[in-house]
Design a binder for this molecule. Structure first.
Ligand code: GLV
Length: 324
């Protein structure tokens, strides 16, 4: 019998078109994102799934799918998936590391510069006609914070953190970092988390979301950040306590933030960060260039094709399943 694969969204790239030569492919065409209940129904007779970071594949779902043989996610992060539940069943999980590194580092810098120089705030001011209405321009008009000469602290020094460090060096920033395991990166001084928090004018988060990193930037760590600092988060919302961050921003203890990821996505409109003028907000678009998204989709498709052929996935998040 022909194998069945479900794809939870239409994907860019070329490789995905090869899937239909290998199996029976069913693609969710919307409208909107596939609801969680729909995923369970669609996957009930499937051998594999190609999914997005918006699809939650938890233990309950994995256990309800005895025929599931592989999962391939078009994302580098796999916190939306119960990896242990898959590994326990010997099910490989594909993901897409590497290709989004430079694109995501660009997003970090877009948010960092926008937050430092109040770009979104100024854009709203012009667009809403305030500039004309107030007939104002003065030496202190929309003054921001200098990036050149400032200290950038990286919380996590993986590939994306290192790509951000390279950009920061070109902007004349001093770069310090905390990483769970020691790592030598030219031009980056490794320090304790506490001293990175205390010394950074700009702090950027580059960790995967896992039980050890959930809520890492909690109320006390946010309170330990340098007064007037800017926080950038393009990693995962769950790493930062949003309420504590909003309070630090509205009290003026922190200068600004650039936030691409949220504890709940799409972000609820009553999230306190949405009402603050000094927060630059984007909807989880760290890797969003057409070229990078096509490359990610090609890797996700290649992972699925390998699984269908009974070969190891080229980019597997739980390679221990192959050691059995
Ligand atoms: C993006 O957040 C990803 O994990 O690919």
């Amino acid at each position: 019998m022909e194998k069945k694969v479900f794809v939870t969204h239409e994907l860019p790239g070329e490789v995905i078109h090869q899937l239909s030569g290998l199996c029976d492919v069913n693609v969710w065409l919307g409208p909107g994102l596939l609801p969680a209940s729909g995923l369970r129904e669609e996957l009930s007779d499937c051998d594999g799934v190609v999914c997005l970071l918006t699809d939650r594949i938890d233990r309950e779902l994995v256990e309800a799918l005895p025929g599931l043989r592989f999962v391939s996610s078009m994302s580098v992060g796999v916190d939306h998936i119960d990896v242990q539940a898959l590994t326990a069943r010997g099910i490989p999980l594909g993901h897409t590391p590497g290709v989004l590194v430079e694109t995501t580092a660009d997003t970090v810098f877009a948010l960092l510069l926008a937050a430092a120089r109040r770009v979104s705030e100024a854009d709203r001011f012009v667009r809403q006609g305030e500039w004309r209405r107030e007939n104002r321009w003065s030496p202190d008009f929309f003054t921001g914070k200098d990036v050149g000469g400032a200290t950038l602290g990286l919380v996590g020094l993986g590939e994306i953190g290192q790509a951000v460090a390279r950009r920061a060096q070109a902007f004349g920033m001093r770069v310090i970092a905390w990483n769970r395991t020691p790592k030598a990166v030219p031009g980056v001084r490794l320090q304790s988390l506490e001293s990175v928090l205390a010394e950074s004018d700009f702090l950027s988060v580059h960790l995967a979301l896992a039980p050890e990193t959930q809520g890492l930037l909690n109320t006390s760590r946010i309170a330990a950040m340098k007064p007037g600092a800017v926080l950038i988060n393009t990693a995962r919302g769950g790493i930062v306590d949003e309420q504590a961050l909003a309070e630090a921003l509205s009290s003026g203890r922190l200068y600004a933030a650039g936030i691409d990821v949220f504890a709940e996505e799409p972000v609820p409109v009553d999230n306190p960060l949405l009402s603050l003028p000094n927060v630059v907000l984007t909807p989880h678009i760290g890797s969003a260039t057409a070229r990078t998204r096509a490359r990610m989709a090609d890797i996700a498709a290649a992972n699925a094709i390998a699984a269908l052929r009974g070969e190891p996935m080229p980019h597997c998040a739980n390679p221990e399943v192959y050691a059995r």
